[in-house]
Every structure is written in structure tokens, then in C-alpha cells.
Design a protein around this ligand. Sequence first.
Ligand SMILES: Nc1ncnc2c1ncn2[C@@H]1O[C@H](COP(=O)(O)OP(=O)(O)OP(=O)(O)O)[C@@H](O)[C@H]1O
Ligand SMILES: CC(C)(CO)[C@@H](O)C(=O)[O-]
Ligand code: BAL
Length: 292
Amino acid sequence: MSTQNKIQVLRTPEELRRWHTAQRRADKRIGFVPTMGALHDGHVSLVKEAQKHADSVIASIFVNPTQFAPNEDFDSYPRTLDSDLEKLEAAGCCAAYCPVARDLYPEGDATKVYVEGLSSILEGEHRPHFFGGVTNIVSRLFIHVAPDVAVFGQKDYQQLMIIKRMVKDLGMAVEIIGAPTIREKDGLAMSSRNQYLSADERTKAGNFAGALRKAASSIESGESIKASIDQALKDIATAGLGPINYVAVRNADTLAPLESDTLEKGTNARILTAAWMGKTRLIDNLPLAGKK
Ligand SMILES: Nc1ncnc2c1ncn2[C@@H]1O[C@H](COP(=O)(O)OP(=O)(O)OP(=O)(O)O)[C@@H](O)[C@H]1O
Ligand SMILES: CC(C)(CO)[C@@H](O)C(=O)[O-]
Ligand code: BAL
């Protein structure tokens, strides 16, 4: 017989508040994993990471309309609540917050949270509405859930940096932790949208991660950053992806461009990319450590 505790499904802010009060009364440290559902092993790893820093872990499942542009996939975004709850329960997640839009965006709502600068580069150049929607919803979720710690995936590296900046600027009392990217066997970063890929596209998508790995090791071995990026652009195109939105090497903390064309010792950098595989937009990134 399973000893797994049943997950509590909280559908309203009131139910969430009652859960929160009970956790506080029991002196529990609360860990939070925000998601849009369609959960995979990447999400499960965030729950496991949160468990290292908290006594009770709660995940949210909410497909946030404000981070989708009108031409994006809000309507077709995969919604798999039953299997999501099973996965969270199996991972030992205590509760799932599954609100409706009205709970987070009340009628007549006029408030926006936006991180200037960081939200308009890289991903922001190609999805101008995106990070405004993310900071709007994550700030609201933080107010609803009031966690001690929240875990985000490094797969969405720029999102993680923006959330950290928002929390710092607003003085929010939540610790933000970034967890490593979980990958498929061929290196493709797990992502809910990977299920949009056809079998042929899925095979080709493995080479997207391969091209990024190759560029990262070339840069880490002291090669020209510009030449390594040019090669990655060729490799990604040869793999059958396109258009390629960007391949960029940036300071890992500020996301500012580097001053030198080679990676200097002690530089904390990141290589980031986004490209289309058919109708599916893929993103990926890797850390870079200067060896010289
Ligand atoms: N492969 C992964 N490894 C680690 N964390 C991940 C991975 N994929 C997503 N996450 C993290 O899970 C959280 C919720 O992300 P989300 O629900 O958008 O999933 P997703 O797979 O990134 O979906 P999408 O395909 O829509 O981008 C985010 O913090 C995100 O960075
Ligand atoms: C953080 C998030 C859950 C906000 O909707 C979303 O952007 C995501 O899933 O990464
Ligand atoms: N994984 C971040 C959510 C999005 O791309 O819409």
C-alpha cells in the first residue's frame, strides 16, 4: 500500500489562505513552484529542489493569458490537470494551487509589474509582451502564496534573472532558487511545448542542443566568441531549424554583452539561443566558465 500523502488541490484564494494558515501554525517553511501545467520531469526536479529548502511544497498550475501574444498558443497550450496532479503527488508535493483568471486578475484590474531593461532584450525582443505578463503573474502568485522560497528552472534563464531582479527591487521576502535544466537523452531541454514537435522535428531538435554544446565548449577552450556563435548559427540551420531568433553570449548576472571576444578567466557568462523548429519555438542556454 502506498504511503504517499494525498495532494491538496486548492482552487480558490480562500482555500489557499486556509492551507497557508495551517502551514504557518505548524511552523512549516513554504516552498513554491509556479508552473503552467503540462508537467514533465523538469517540473518534478523543481519540486525536489524546493523540498531541500522547505518543509511544505506547493505548486501552482495556471496558464497565464497575459504572457501570450494574441498570435501565440494560449488556446492550444496543453492542459493535462489530472496527470499533472498525479505527478506532483508522486513527487511529494503537498498542495497544488489551481486558480481561475478572475482570482488573479480581478475585474477592472489596472496594476502592472514590469522590470525595465532586462524584459526588452533577447527573448523580450522576440516576445515583447512576454516578460511583462510573467512579472505580472509571478508577483500576484507570490502575494497569494506568500512562500519563503520559490524555485524556477534555468531552462528559462532570462525569466529567472528577471524574477530575481523583481524580488530585489520590490523587497519581496522570498528567496529565489534557480534549478538546472533537465534534458532528454539526446540533450534536448525538456519543455511542455516539445509535444508540439512531429517525430521528424523531434529528431532534428536534438541537434539544437548539440549545436549549443559545441559552441559552449569551443568558447570555453578559448576560441573567438563571435566565430563560435557564427558556427552555431550554421549548425542550427543545418539541423533544420529556422528562423533562428538569436545565439548570444552574455554576462550571466546582468545579461549584458561581454567586452572581450574570448572568455576571460573568472567571467561568469551564459550562451543563450532561441530558434523555431517548424511551428514550435525552442529555447536553450548553457553556463560558460572561462579557463584561461
Ligand atoms: N527542462 C527543464 N528543466 C528544469 N526546469 C524547467 C524545465 N522546463 C521548464 N522548467 C521550469 O518549470 C517552470 C514552469 O515552466 P513551464 O510550465 O512554462 O514549463 P515549460 O516546459 O518551460 O513550458 P513551455 O514549453 O511552455 O515553455 C519554469 O520555472 C521553467 O523554467
Ligand atoms: C513562471 C510562469 C509559471 C509564469 O506563468 C511561466 O512563465 C513558466 O511556466 O515558466
Ligand atoms: N516557459 C515559459 C513560459 C512560456 O514560454 O510561455
